[in-house]
Design a protein around this ligand. Sequence first.
Ligand SMILES: [Mn+2]
Length: 325
Amino acid sequence: MKEKFSAIKKALKSARNALVVSHVDPDGDSIGSMLAMGAILSNLGIAADYLSQDGVPKIYRFLPETEKIKNKIDCNQRYDLLIAVDSSDLKRLGGKVPAREMVRTIINIDHHPDNTLYGEINYVEKSSSTAELLYKLAKYLKIPLDRSLAEALYVALITDTGNFRYENTSIETFLMAADLLRSGINTHEITTRIYDTKTIASIRVKAAALATLETTPDRKAAWAVVSQEMMDKVGAKGEDLIGLVDQIRSIDGVEVAILFREEKEEIKINFRSKEKINVSEIAKRFGGGGHTRASGAVVPGEIADVKAKVITEVLKYLKASQYLV
Ligand SMILES: [Mn+2]
């Protein structure tokens, strides 16, 4: 890891400007990691732009400097560095990233096991979150851990570990959290904003989605559907669905939870598992990917057809894994 850090340090030293990018449908780890990377860059005096094609979900906008994150950039701008955080491949960054020839060096910082190592420098390591990797990088670079950097890292850390509930939570995770707390962040305020502040549209669309809940007879798998009509009816946005698939997974006995969401001509699918099934394998069969317990895919087609196809495949997978009897 030392070589990775020194390669990054060298690249940063010779850079005048950088573009920090994260994946489409951003989550807390992608936004927090972008901001943390930004704090590192500004500390080193490197000018930075920030690109998140789908913007910044409202619940993360209390973080300092989120207004710097734009949903498009000037495509004539050249960058010494493109720093991608929390994204397993280039495609996940969306279609608005600059052309390859506009960027000198790509630095890829990520914790997804299926990362395609698309950078000239790949700092890809198994960890709770991309934030955990950035925390280590910040320490190596001796960047002072001020309150706003600590807040960005903390939000990223808790959202990717489900507030320290998921199995990716380790001793390192808690040690990092403890260190972040030393900078004076208010964890109660942060968790209230992240977990206990919902829009009414979010509650309404979740109620409508949960009304579509179906399960296998043995309740090992459960799924729900969100149509465009359901979203429009209550004025919900994609970010209003945060936590819904986890709610389905929380049903007693459920091992695999799936959420189907209709968006234009495509169906976005979220997979979650509780403790046995590697849902990234299932997502891969539909051109997606992700983590062992949380993955996703986007499939073109009608919602009913896609749902039928996916459920059949999930049941096959569960059977083959000897899990479903
Ligand atoms: Mn992540």
